[in-house]
Design a protein around this ligand. Structure first.
Ligand SMILES: O=C(O)CCC(=O)C(=O)O
Ligand SMILES: [Fe+2]
Length: 310
């Protein structure tokens, strides 16, 4: 399962020349659909605290965690094996997670662990949410430039009015016996939305497959880089760009060592229509996907992942 190591491009969010940065982003999204984001302005301290609070939460007894199990609003705890990212793999993924979503119209549909157990948990997560959402929005303005669009394109199409933006805390407990029965920390999948910003803890496991139709598939290791986010393009951005930007298949191996990561999925407002950009199609290259409403698309993808009935 050892993969080749991959040298992903680095994007420096503090670089003054936005046009050059946009060009580098464009190339990264064409080649890999993945890149490292550095100098993003989120300091080590807050990230460290989020990792610590995440660890404390997952250490709680299962019965406490199950009291705030993921609800119909897609917020809360998901236990081990509850998610099957790759439906061709029969067993669920060996990970547990916790989703924190946006506060919409001043209604907080999030579930929070009891304050008596974790007094600083909520404030830490809320602080991180604000910071990472801000970085995500800056990045999207550069992505718009990278597509030769106005930098406020995603605002203008309503994607950022009230984005479906979720923090997902992830815990892979690891397994002392690594079986070859097709179990993964996260089985092969692409992300569903616009962009994902991932913070990792240094334990290996994440891999990408750039050509999913090649047989055999080649999986390459994405190494942890201290202080950098791993950013990837999701399926809705791939649809917008008619596959110019790649939503790349990735997975997390099951390793002996326990692993934590923090994903942030930045997805369009649920009413936003995602349809092929004019600049990404032509007579010879027609749109590959019909327009979809972001909220409907995400709901359907999650339904399949969590094997829910309609
Ligand atoms: O934990 C990781 O490194 C990746 C997680 C992931 O791909 C996901 O949750 O979509
Ligand atoms: Fe993913």
């Amino acid at each position: 399962m050892e993969g080749e190591t991959l040298n992903l491009p680095f994007i420096d969010l503090s670089a003054p020349d936005r046009i050059s940065t946009a060009k580098l982003i464009r190339q990264a999204c064409l080649d890999h659909g993945f890149f490292y984001l550095i100098n993003h302005g989120i300091d080590d301290g807050i990230l460290k605290r989020v990792f610590e609070e995440s660890r404390s939460f997952f250490c709680l007894p299962l019965q406490e965690k199950m009291k705030i199990e993921r609800n119909s609003e897609h917020r809360g705890y998901t236990p081990l094996y509850s998610e099957t990212l790759d439906p061709s793999v029969s067993k669920g993924d060996l990970k547990e997670s916790f989703y924190i979503g946006p506060v919409e119209a001043q209604i907080d549909r999030n579930q929070w662990p009891p304050q008596e157990f974790l007094p600083h948990w909520r404030s830490t997560m809320e602080c991180y949410y604000e910071k990472i959402l801000n970085v995500g929005k800056i990045l999207l303005s550069l992505i718009a430039l990278a597509l030769n669009l106005d930098e406020d394109f995603f605002e203008k199409v309503g994607a950022l009015t009230s984005p479906m933006a979720f923090i997902r805390l992830l815990h892979y407990p690891g397994s002392p016996t690594i079986s070859e029965d097709g179990s993964y920390g996260a089985s092969a999948h692409s992300d569903y939305g616009m962009i994902t910003l991932l913070a990792t803890d240094g334990v290996r496991g994440l891999q990408i497959c750039r050509e999913k139709d090649n047989i055999p598939q080649i999986w390459e290791d994405v190494n942890h880089v201290e202080g950098a986010f791993i950013v990837n393009v999701g399926d809705m951005l791939e649809r917008w760009t008619n596959c110019l930007f790649r939503s790349t298949l990735h997975r997390v191996l099951m390793t002996a060592q326990e692993r934590f990561s923090i994903a942030f999925f930045l997805d369009p407002n649920s009413d936003c229509i995602v349809e092929c950009l004019k600049s990404c199609c032509s007579e010879t290259s027609p749109p590959r996907f019909p327009p979809i409403r972001s909220g409907d698309y995400l709901r359907e993808r999650l339904r399949v992942t969590y094997s829910e009935k309609v």
